[in-house]
Design a protein. Sequence first.
Length: 575
Amino acid sequence: MTEQVDILLVDDHEENLLALEAILDEPQHRLVKAHSGKEALKAVLARDFALILLDVAMPDLDGYETAELIRGRARSRQTPIIFLTANDRTEAHVFRGYSVGAVDYIFKPFTPEILRSKVSVFVELYQKREALLRQTVALQRAHDQLEERVRARTRELALANQSLSTEVEERRRIEADRVLLLEREREARAQAEAVNRLKDEFLATLSHELRTPLNAILGWAHLLATGKTDAAMVDRALGVIRNNALAQSQLIEDILDVSRIIGGKLRLNIGPVRLNTVLEAALDSVSPAAEAKAITIDRRIDEIEAVPGDQDRLQQVVWNLLSNAVKFTPRDGRVVVSLCRSDDEVRLSVEDSGIGISPEFLPYVFDRFSQADGTVTRRHGGLGLGMAIVRHLVELHGGTVCAESPGENQGATFTLVLPLRAEVLIEPCQADSPEPPAERLADLHGIQVLVVDDEPDSRSFVCQLLANQGAAVNSAASTAEALEAFEKCRPDVLVSDIGMPGEDGYALIRRIRERGMLDGGGTPAVALTAYAANQDSRAALGAGYDRHLRKPVMITELVAAVAQLAASATPQASR
């Protein structure tokens, strides 16, 4: 049964006290009435109250003076006071109310539900504070009892030790062993926690990297299934689906390679390999990406005799090194590729003018799941597996690979050294992916939607989907663009990704919620993200989103969410 709490009602008009009594009449409330400031002070001296509802305008002592006197008493200094008034509506009066210690200032007439809600909050706080106080007292009592028992036991041990002096040295040795074991246990626990944390970070990144291409694949596939597409859009959809399927396939292959590495099952099919051929093929593969960023590739390639190795795996190694160099080099940058022979070794070097590697991260470049930037605002995707696979494949070939960098934004150099003679053996495997059915979708005619996502494929899919259902859609690739679009054309519903470079989706919704209600601060918002854990959902809703949808999103779920939020959008209290 809930314990009753005392609430003091202070008003010089009996009818007002009766009204308050009717509104707050609940089993858990014990309502105490006072008709003046003096009566209120007497009541406060007699007992503790969870809350005081205090009228401002009263003869004799007014509400402000009464509050000051209540606050002047140490026992009642923390008692929350809510001022009730029908007259003093000026900012000066409100300021004075807060300055004398009020927690709220409510103007008459007020809405009973609002008053009940506010009272219930302070009642709950009071109950929790009282419960905590009781627990503290109980804990102190238990602590004192335990201390007494410890002291008694200590006295017994002191007496016993007089007859056990011969065992002192043995006990000291046991204690030293115990300390040593504890230290080892702490170290083992710290290592286990670090591994577990690394695993959790990897799983979160894996979820994001798999869901992002899957969202575009499923979305464009659904759009094709609807039949509302022209030839150009069909070509575009097929290109998007193919590119994202290849990206997902590469992620899965990397994961399978790491699994084989951990299980010791990755072997090589050895044969003569022309590194010049391997390097040219890899350069041809990365050239389109380099040209798109206007990156110059400087080739310093000597003609090298064949080396023993697995051609496919060496192709994978070289491609990884080159694609990383292009990926982390900014526009108009430079990549230098060198291949030469040194004594009985072959040396391949890939040097870039990219973002470089910090001294702190450099020792971990080739560790599994390691990424210099693992935040949701990172600019480059991936699982942090590529370099770990490179190192293992190179070592299987009897070679070495190392990374050098002067620091961040100063480029990096990866150097691969292979012997002209080597030995070892095996092969990879594949995987596949699902697809959802289409069903009847809600009509979005007359609804203005702003879609925010830094991934062009995902953004264009969501825009096309909503437009097909009749929505008027604007889009943005970043928080800055979204805020600019928000100013130009106020949407009925916002649909935003969370993980974006610079300012993420949490920053965007906070910036919008800071605006006034008349300035769009209450715009309904959907978080559409590949960060799909329960804590991610709680974080999105806590930041201000009304819905959290996971990529790959169910088409019907997204359309229904937009329709429902647009239909239910009404003026509401500022968040």
